[in-house]
Design a protein around this ligand. Structure first.
Ligand SMILES: NC(=O)c1ccc[n+]([C@@H]2O[C@H](COP(=O)([O-])OP(=O)(O)OC[C@H]3O[C@@H](n4cnc5c(N)ncnc54)[C@H](O)[C@@H]3O)[C@@H](O)[C@H]2O)c1
Ligand SMILES: *[C@@H]1O[C@H](CO)[C@@H](O)[C@H](O)[C@H]1NC(C)=O
Length: 312
């Protein structure tokens, strides 16, 4: 139980590789684009060095020790040899994922856990064409997984409890924070909550209640300050003298009243959206230079936050 195979070496495949390496696992990367897996290794090498220099390398091993555990493969059978766990990270396309898993099923041993990184496809869609669905699940990461450690474990209706349990243990061991969904649901948990926030933020701007800049401040300087450490449930539990039940006695009616005033699902791309997009682009122009600079800033801030959370 020391070797993990990563299928697909894009953004997420490379991140997973770094996470598993930090836990001391042998990591074999496969990509169907010849040369892609080996260029992923070069990129990971560079990143591990940078992380080490910044004092941000995860795990007990040096970057050189972690790199020694990593290999790239252009042959799927070779990449799967010896693995107990497979993390699929190919394009977000149902047909591509289904055919990749069919190939993997033919080659992998019967006890190997097959895990998908899909953000938007439910397990029953991804895995239903397979012979043995009991060993399959979705392990949905958040970008970038090296700093944002949540992993949503989503079972297929036939996934064995032991498979979810082993995956939970693996993710915990490598320093991620796994959560279990008890059954599959479109959007899983993270994106459902995120989409509720997106919808109401969009409506408030579209209805002229608040500016783009200010709704982002509502999150980054308000709700987000708490949410990096305590979720909505604990927030309520702490915000009334006698906890959650007391909170709902005091505020439940008000919450229901406001919820009934929420508008319909916005049309995010129609004419009404142009003004919102313009307002955003005035704050941060959408050319590559500006976006790249803001992404660097985001990742540096997330790195700092990850460090702060580690110390608490
Ligand atoms: N990018 C994110 O923010 C994010 C977050 C969470 C989950 N995910 C999920 O992770 C998965 C990968 O996303 P990404 O952003 O890394 O994509 P990406 O386009 O950066 O990488 C996909 C990689 O898969 C390879 N590939 C494609 N078909 C293949 C096949 N048949 N066999 C082997 N390799 C193949 C490609 O060559 C490419 O290197 C998707 O399912 C995505 O939904 C992405
Ligand atoms: C199906 O997968 C489970 C879980 O990995 C495994 O224990 C079982 O042997 C597999 N069954 C077959 C028929 O391969």
């Amino acid at each position: 139980m020391t070797t993990i195979t990563i299928i697909g070496s894009g953004l997420i495949g490379r991140s997973w590789a770094q996470v598993f390496l930090s836990g001391g696992y042998n990591v074999k990367i496969y990509d169907n684009q010849p040369g892609q897996a080996s260029s992923a290794i070069a990129e990971i090498k560079k990143q591990l060095k940078e992380l080490e220099e910044a004092g941000m390398l995860r795990g007990q091993l040096s970057s050189a020790q972690q790199l020694a555990l990593l290999s790239s493969h252009d042959d799927l059978a070779e990449a799967l040899e010896g693995a107990f766990f497979v993390q699929e990270c190919v394009f977000e396309n149902l047909e591509v994922k289904q055919s990749v898993f069919q190939e993997i099923e033919k080659l992998a041993g019967t006890d190997v856990i097959l895990s998908s990184s899909t953000s938007c496809l439910v397990p029953s869609a991804v895995f239903s064409g397979l012979q043995n669905r009991s060993r399959c699940l979705v392990s949905h990461p958040v970008n970038p997984p090296y700093y944002v450690k949540l992993v949503e474990l989503v079972p297929h209706p036939e996934t064995a409890a032991a498979v979810v349990e082993t995956t939970h243990q693996l993710m915990t061991k490598v320093g991620q924070v796994p959560v279990r969904l008890k059954r599959e649901i479109d959007g899983f948990a993270l994106n459902r909550v995120q989409m509720a926030i997106i919808a109401e933020s969009w409506r408030l701007v579209e209805d002229g209640v608040i500016s783009v800049k200010d709704i982002d401040l509502v999150m980054s300087e308000g709700l987000g300050m708490r949410y990096a450490f305590i979720g909505p449930m604990e927030t309520m539990h702490l915000n009334a003298p006698d906890g959650l039940e007391d909170y709902m006695k005091r505020y439940g009616e008000g919450i229901k009243r406001v919820l009934t005033s929420f508008g319909p699902i916005p049309d995010f791309v129609g004419d009404g959206s142009k003004e919102i997009v313009n307002e955003m682009c005035e704050l941060i122009p959408s050319d590559q230079q500006h976006l790249a600079a803001r992404r660097v800033r985001r990742d540096q801030l997330l790195m700092g936050l990850a460090k702060l959370k580690e110390d608490h």
